[in-house]
Design a protein around this ligand. Structure first.
Ligand code: ZN
Length: 234
């Protein structure tokens, strides 16, 4: 009888110890997931209604993005530009009239860039408004002409072409890697829907969305004037 009791006691102690060990191992959750970073960029806005909705969705999700604005579109949407900055997004320059800078003389290209830079400075104050050249074409003699860092992209789902939320989500999910810079356009409702769905889906996989400037700095890159960046690590 004593032996049975001893065995039972042993079994109870072992079970209690096993439970404690189990409890000491934390469940795998978002906090334990390795975090990686990427940047969503939006060109050709600001655009009333689609940009508003995108800003609302990014704010709800705690995600930051970079907006490359066309000067001609800014005038009627100054409130959206202020809101971008107030909510922690990076505001950049996508020229005044969205012309191919490589087709222009140096003076014309400087004007296309300078007019938008001046308007952003008027609205937001002095700052470094990085340039995304339309279509990714650099101005002739770009390094000398451009006094801010330039940004291209490493993931292009061609959202302007398909205007199909599911296709855009799929194309980005297949191509994105840590440090990617993703090209989107906030003119299209489908692109806004895709962007917000991507933030949800990729956040669950450990992605955090930051501005292009934050992405570069996290990689120890000091952004240089006149240099073109395609991803967070160069
Ligand atoms: Zn564009």
């Amino acid at each position: 009888m004593r032996r049975v009791f001893a065995l039972l006691l042993c079994a109870a102690v072992c079970a209690a110890l096993a439970l404690r060990r189990e409890a000491a191992v934390p469940a795998q959750g978002p906090a334990e997931m390795t975090q990686v970073y990427a940047a969503l960029t939006f060109d050709d806005g600001p655009h009333r209604s689609t940009t508003d909705r995108l800003l609302d969705g990014l704010r709800e999700r705690g995600a930051r993005a970079t907006f490359f604005l066309v000067g001609e579109e800014i005038g009627a949407n100054r409130d959206l530009v202020r809101r971008m900055e107030d909510e922690g997004h990076q505001v950049g320059n996508h020229t005044w009239g969205h012309r191919r800078l490589n087709d222009l003389t140096a003076d014309e290209a400087a004007q296309e860039i300078g007019k938008t830079d001046a308007l952003l400075t008027e609205i937001l104050g002095p700052g470094s408004y990085w340039l995304r050249p339309p279509y990714g074409f650099l101005p002739k003699d770009g390094e000398r002409l451009v006094s801010v860092p330039m940004v291209k992209w490493s993931v292009d789902p061609r959202d302007w072409e398909s205007r199909d939320k599911d296709k855009v989500v799929q194309a980005v999910e297949e191509a994105i890697q840590p440090n990617s810079i993703v090209l989107l356009h906030d003119l299209y409702p489908s692109s806004v829907d895709a962007a917000l769905e991507l933030v949800d889906r990729l956040s669950a996989k450990g992605y955090r969305f930051v501005t292009v400037e934050e992405l570069l700095r996290q990689n120890g890159v000091t952004p240089q004037a006149g240099t073109l960046y395609r991803s967070g690590n160069g």
